[in-house]
Design a protein around this ligand. Structure first.
Ligand code: AMP
Ligand code: FE
Ligand code: FE
Ligand code: ZN
Length: 287
């Protein structure tokens, strides 16, 4: 394998703006070697991404970004190379997607009191079956002319301080790590320091996750603060965790560019050696 390795990307199967095939073509045209497709709480894009990668030389690592919650804080868990048919994981992700839908409708219900915005406006921004999130509400607010872009929506109308925000059901991170491991997957904590050093999950909780099989930390991510990264490197060394870097690409939905942060080939090989539930797609075929 050669070329840059980017282990965190989103497609329109969740809140990215490009279909899995378009995302694959973007990665190929930029000469990237490997991407992981990590849509929120869904594996529905794996097949399309694998098919699109066929004959291109791009490797696609099948993955997901699982929503979890720890003491009212949203914690994202990247999961690689798990069995997409694993019954417990399939059931839990279905539960999360359903809760996300109910929650988005509820947020839109309250927004519609103050803004010209309907649930149909949000559905118009969503691919059928996609994992729905605040980004789709943001896109509807943009389409209605209330804000210029997604980022502006998050900084204004969708900011938690405005009072429209509400959380959705998500399992505890410990349950998330166990589910991913039981499905043969490799769990890596996503962007664990976006709110700075003091927002990093407490050390005793991290120890619990490591004990359950947490494999790594995504440290090189644009939203981790520099003091947060320093803390995460200490924790990675202390607990023997691998370190990844990635873009968290969302197409036009975020400024993040493909492969703006990358993961080393050695780390990718260790993830592949650890994952037993599925295999990376090389030229469209499981390797
Ligand atoms: P939700 O999962 O529905 O709570 O929405 C969270 C998602 O919103 C994250 O996965 C990000 O992709 C996206 N997001 C969060 N903040 C921003 C922002 N400032 N600009 C664009 N997208 C954002
Ligand atoms: Fe997202
Ligand atoms: Fe995330
Ligand atoms: Zn993400």
């Amino acid at each position: 394998m050669s070329g840059a390795i980017d282990l965190h990307t989103h497609s329109s199967v969740s809140d990215g703006t490009e279909t899995p095939a378009q995302l694959v073509r973007a990665a190929v045209s930029e000469g990237i070697g490997t991407i992981a497709l990590t849509d929120h709480d869904s594996t529905a894009g794996w097949r399309e991404a694998a098919t699109a990668a066929s004959g291109t030389g791009l490797t696609v690592v099948p993955g997901m970004e699982l929503s979890t919650r720890y003491s009212w804080k949203s914690v994202h868990l990247l999961a690689y190379l798990f069995d997409p048919m694993n019954a417990a994981l399939v059931a839990e992700t279905a539960r999360i997607r359903s809760a996300r839908l109910t929650r988005a409708e509820s947020i839109v219900g309250r927004l519609s009191v103050d803004y010209d915005l309907t649930w149909d406006d949000v559905l118009a921004q969503t691919t059928a079956g996609a994992t729905v999130g605040r980004p789709h509400i943001a896109d509807a607010l943009v389409a209605k002319g209330h804000v210029p872009n997604r980022s502006a929506a998050f900084e204004s109308i969708l900011h938690p301080r405005t009072g429209y925000f509400e959380p959705h059901y998500a399992p505890d991170p410990l349950q998330g790590v166990r589910l991913v491991r039981a499905a043969g997957g490799v769990p890596v904590l996503a962007h664990p320091a976006t709110r700075g050093r003091d927002s990093v999950i407490p050390e005793d909780k991290l120890a619990e996750l490591v004990e359950a099989g947490l494999f790594g930390l995504e440290i090189e991510h644009r939203e981790n603060t520099s003091s947060g990264k320093a803390r995460l490197y200490e924790l990675a060394t202390k607990f023997g965790l691998i370190v990844t870097g990635s873009s968290d690409y969302h197409g036009q939905g975020k400024p993040n560019r493909l492969a703006e942060n990358t993961t080393s080939g050695d780390v990718l090989e260790s993830i592949i050696a650890e994952g037993t539930g599925s295999a990376p797609f090389t030229d469209g075929l499981p390797r």
